[in-house]
Design a protein around this ligand. Structure first.
Ligand SMILES: Cc1ncc(C[n+]2csc(CCOP(=O)(O)OP(=O)(O)O)c2C)c(N)n1
Ligand SMILES: [Mg+2]
Length: 348
């Protein structure tokens, strides 16, 4: 990669020290969110969690390039992107505790996190086509992983976007893994970015562990998208943790000596070191930023705990206008299960 952090100074990047610190603050905020979420899940506070540790730079950088009119299509892994874009941490905690996403405390243009792989890609292409149709000047950013590029939805979404000049930035976080499948076995293409050629637009690669490079790449891509050319960004980063809290990576993950150092570098440590060298961060500021982030996470946990548990009805209500019989049956079963559980009639 030609964008390795540390090989340039802040004078040579189009950002002020203030912006560089704002990015750092979000890397710290999201790192602390992720660490707390993992610890809380281990206590049974929420049922499952997909950690994004290692991918903060790849997400925070792009969030800083979006404007408030743009639309974001996230995945289960892109919580840092959402938090940096303005979604309250408490919303994400509540979602993980079973609260519906539509009951959120923000009015940002953020779609529900997609858990089915790649299904958000045609949706994002459609949202981009709708923007063109309405003569609106917002853009759409769609996050997905390396694994999603093997799905038919990836082809369909990028094909439509290319044909209809949709203002969409397709942002692929190549984090080295799709659960236990290493990314080099995901495709026989040289890179993921090169796939954009087939759809008639450009694909670019960026060092995803460098928040400044991601910010600049995403800003360029958004500008081009607004002019009617979609862009595929391949952000090279690394999933440091397990796929989710249900995963045991020791079953498949051995040292990835095949990846270069910059690829598995920790974005927080590396960026902090760089900003110290640039003399825009010192111990005092670092400490304040960490303390503020910890207080914000504490407060978000409190808000989530203060929120009454959702009704079982909330699981079913937003899915279909007219509930199909099989879903009604599942609801009845679940209500019976919950009643027995509440009366202590169930044996675990
Ligand atoms: C359509 C579909 N198929 C399979 C799965 C099971 N699944 C969950 S995550 C995952 C791997 C996704 O890998 P990648 O796209 O690289 O995203 P990452 O988890 O690395 O962020 C799979 C296969 C799913 N959720 N949806
Ligand atoms: Mg992946």
């Amino acid at each position: 990669m030609d964008r390795v952090i540390g090989e340039r100074d802040l004078e040579s990047v189009p950002f002020s020290a203030e912006e560089a610190i704002a990015l750092y603050r979000d890397v710290v905020r999201t790192r602390q969110f992720d660490e707390r979420a993992l610890a809380l899940q281990r206590r049974g506070w929420m049922s499952g969690y997909p950690p994004f540790r290692g991918q903060e730079g790849s997400q925070v950088g792009a969030a800083h390039a979006l404007s408030a009119d743009d639309w974001l299509f996230p995945t289960y892994r892109s919580n840092a992107m959402q938090i940096a874009y303005g979604v309250p941490m408490s919303d994400i905690f509540r979602f993980r505790r079973g609260h519906p996403e539509y009951a959120s405390d923000h009015d940002l243009n953020v779609f529900p996190q997609s858990v089915p792989i790649a299904t958000q890609i045609p949706h994002a292409a459609g949202a981009g086509m709708a923007a063109t149709h309405a003569d609106a000047d917002h853009a759409v950013v769609c996050y997905f992983g390396d694994g999603a590029t093997s799905e038919g939805d990836f082809h369909e979404g990028l094909n439509f976007a290319g044909v209809f000049d949709a203002p969409v930035v397709f942002f692929c976080e190549n984090n080295g893994w799709a659960i236990s499948m290493p990314s080099e076995r995901q495709t026989a293409s040289d890179t993921i970015a090169v796939k954009a050629d087939a759809y008639g637009f450009e694909g670019v690669r960026v060092d995803g562990n460098d928040p400044l490079a991601v910010r600049e790449t995403a800003a360029d891509a958004l500008e081009r998208a607004r002019e009617g050319t979609p862009v595929l960004v391949e952000s090279l980063t690394y999933r440091q943790g397990a796929h989710t809290t249900s995963d045991d990576p020791s079953r498949y993950r051995f040292e990835r000596d095949d990846l270069p150092e910059w690829r598995t570098a920790d974005p927080l440590e590396r960026y902090e070191r760089y900003l110290r060298e640039q003399e825009v961060l010192d111990d005092d500021l670092i400490e304040t930023i960490h303390e503020d982030a910890a207080a914000e996470v504490d407060r978000a946990v409190e808000i989530a705990e203060e929120t009454p548990h959702p009704d079982l009805e909330d699981v079913f209500e937003p899915v279909y206008e007219r509930r199909p019989p099989r879903l009604a049956e599942q609801q009845a079963w679940l209500e019976e299960f919950a009643t027995e559980r509440d009366h202590g009639e169930l044996e675990y």
